[in-house]
Write a protein that binds this ligand. Sequence first.
Ligand code: NAD
Length: 428
Amino acid sequence: MKILIVGTGYVGLVTAVGLAELGHEVVAIDVDQSKINKLKKGILPFYEPDLKKIVLKNIRKKQLFFNNSLKNNLKNCQCIFICVGTPPKRDGAADLKDVRRVAYELGENMKEYKIIVNKSTVPVGTGQLIKKIVKKNYSGDFAVISCPEFLREGRAVWDFFHPDRIIIGGEDDKAIATIINLFKKIKTKKIKTTLETAELVKYASNAFLTTKISFINEIANLCEKVGADVEEVAFSMGLDKRIGPSFLKAGIGYGGSCFPKDVRALKQLAGGHGYKFRLLKSVIEVNRHQRRVIIKKIKEIFPKIKNKKVAILGLAFKDNTDDIRESAAIEIIKILKSQGAKISVYDPQAMANAKKILNSKINYCLNPYEACRAAQLLIIATEWPQFKNLNWQRIKRLMKNDIILDGKNLLDKGKMLKMRFRYIGVGR
Ligand code: NAD
């Protein structure tokens, strides 16, 4: 089938190349001309493991094309995937300006039956809104489907081919069958449902995951008061099949482009329908508090941080990505910098993105050892697995003090203590 993907961000690009790999002919478009120019040459706009290889392969095989015009590519495509951003507005509600714009352009240019599939994370009612906007300029038959995306940055290619489920919401049975068929090579549960239910599944899933994170962070804070170890508590809790082990990792709070905005958007959505979602208010508050907990720990070590040399390992909001949107590391750096600390940083992928938003008086290092040279405090801010296996003896020799503040509980506490580091984790 010929498919048009609108938006070549994390979701659009992965969906485009994934569908191409499944054998469909895919054109991916974006309003960002420079992105398209680079993609045509096989240069990716962001880092995502394994993505470049399959993008290049599908460009070569002529299964995947990049372009900047919706109008010129619509005619030949039966199916259009909307994958544009839905960032938060000031009040936390999702900004649908880009989704509206795509719907409007589709309506202006459609001449025959199309299936419009929305993959962007949107409030309930957006599928109906897309229909209404398209109908302003097009009176023929068409279908709108909601097929929310659940990929994890850093593992996005794997997630495309191995999703836990594919949710397909809509009112047109023929269109739903077409989309099920589109993904037929992917062996997973395909759930048929309504537009509204599909839209809510995405927000409810992200809100639940953040609830788990905030819950374990509260337990971690309590652990510190009662002398328990949150890592052991979480491990034993996770063995209970009703709970499960995932998302029970205490740390400096969740970040990224999805969790913070989606929780706030769901809270707003509920409020807009006259329902006060009390739990989500707490989830958001706990996450905010968790960032302050880490600053408090730093203050306890150094009541005056001015001119202290702080090394920070990790800038991305999580491992295996260069995405720094709502990253705890960036927030901590800004606070420490404003208080006069001297900051050295290292991240395997996110340095270029960090440079765009942090001021230049930060020492960007070529490797973790350079960042740790003469540091009085080392903060682990992203759970890059390679940080676990650094030469810690060498780091000990390089640092001026031997204090590690492990914001992700990444390191083996016993090993660090044995090496005579002063190790401070979260809830340990
Ligand atoms: P992104 O910001 O990385 O990419 C969006 C792209 O859309 C940009 O390249 C932008 O230029 C393009 N765009 C905007 N308006 C356009 C238009 N009118 N025509 C063509 N292109 C246009 O966003 P993302 O991270 O890929 O997220 C997209 C959506 O998917 C969001 O709703 C997000 O919440 C959701 N989502 C994201 C993830 C994730 O991990 N990033 C996971 C699941 C769902």
